[in-house]
Design a protein. Structure first.
Length: 331
């Protein structure tokens, strides 16, 4: 239990952040949710607003924040390609300057801090599955670089603070995660396929559909984050958090069609620039250090996610897309 612990979650109104805030509250913590609502929505945390232990602050992490907290989960940054490519300069600033500001806060408060990094630090990997010791194959000047290199720089900052200031800083590399509260227009493959299937639209695949991803249900992911935060000063990471079960994009599309009962067709488009061909985490370190392994199989998680999107579409009030005219990718 976390009774009496005051925890800051940046990006707390986003898909992952809202689930984390909810779990922390259920475990007795006091939660300060910080978000600038660029790619998130107030609807994700509306059910938490009545809890006296929950506080919401609209703030951009590229500006300093002075609050009293014991732990910090730094999740702030748009995570889908269509969102982080909309304003790539701001994306890099969010990852780098945001990390500097949150690390400074953690240093002042002597607080534990966890960085939500990403499997994108591996780029288009040349080893498979990806281990934490792999340095990656990243294009530093491509359209995805604002996110990939921003997160890589944030990791550098975290480990420099560990070495220079003995900060209790922790880094997790998050692989593809899905579940309720995903943005319907974020361009990520799970939400895209589900929305298209429910609308009876063509299911859009990029490339030949044989590129692979590993999909982790959000409840499992949140459990991994909290287990990492609970470790002592000897564990800084980085640690992969993701589901090692690997599927092709085509297999995912066919499963969504089966579970939704949709008669939509599969259509193929050109592969976007720098789109990784394989993505699968090696989670041996998470199993050994955290006692963590995902429990929710893809079929079960998709059933829950589809139910969420069906309810959202019935309400006819999906969150507004950022920027309009967003391109959908299989990221």
């Amino acid at each position: 239990m976390l009774a009496g612990t005051r925890i800051l979650v940046t990006g707390g109104a986003g898909f992952l952040g809202s689930h984390l805030c909810e779990r922390l509250l259920n475990n007795g913590a006091e939660v300060l949710c910080v978000d600038n609502f660029f790619s998130s929505t107030r609807h994700n945390i509306s059910h938490l607003l009545g809890d006296r232990r929950f506080e919401l602050l609209r703030h951009d992490v590229t500006f300093p924040l002075y609050v009293e907290v014991d732990e910090i989960y730094n999740l702030a940054c748009p995570a889908s390609p269509v969102h982080y490519q909309f304003d790539p300069v701001q994306t890099t600033k969010t990852s780098v300057i945001g990390a500097i500001n949150m690390l400074g806060l953690a240093k002042r408060r002597k607080a534990k801090i966890l960085q939500a990094s990403t499997s994108e630090v591996y780029g288009d990997p040349k080893i498979h599955p990806q281990t934490e010791g792999y340095w990656g194959n990243v294009n530093p000047v491509g359209v995805r670089s604002c996110y990939d290199e921003g997160k890589r720089c944030a990791e550098t900052l975290f480990f420099d603070y560990v070495r220079q200031h003995a900060l209790q800083a922790k880094v997790v590399r998050i692989f593809n995660t899905y579940g309720p509260r995903m943005h319907p227009n974020d361009g990520r493959v799970v939400s895209n396929f589900i929305v298209q299937a429910l609308k009876g639209e063509d299911i859009t695949l990029y490339g030949d559909g044989l590129q692979t991803r590993s999909f982790c249900y959000v409840d499992d992911l949140v459990d991994g984050l909290m287990r990492m935060m609970a470790t002592g000063p000897e564990e800084n990471g980085p640690i992969n958090i993701g589901n090692p079960a690997e599927f092709t994009i085509r297999e995912l599309a066919l499963l969504v069609l089966e579970l939704t009962g949709s008669k939509a067709r599969l259509v193929f488009r050109a592969l976007p620039s720098d789109d990784p061909k394989q993505r699968q985490p090696d989670i041996a370190r998470a199993e050994a250090a955290l006692g963590w392994r995902p429990n929710v199989p893809l079929r079960e998680g998709l059933v829950k996610t589809i139910a969420y999107f069906e309810a959202t579409m019935r309400r006819n009030a999906p969150p507004t897309a950022i920027g309009g005219g967003l391109r959908v990718v299989n990221g």
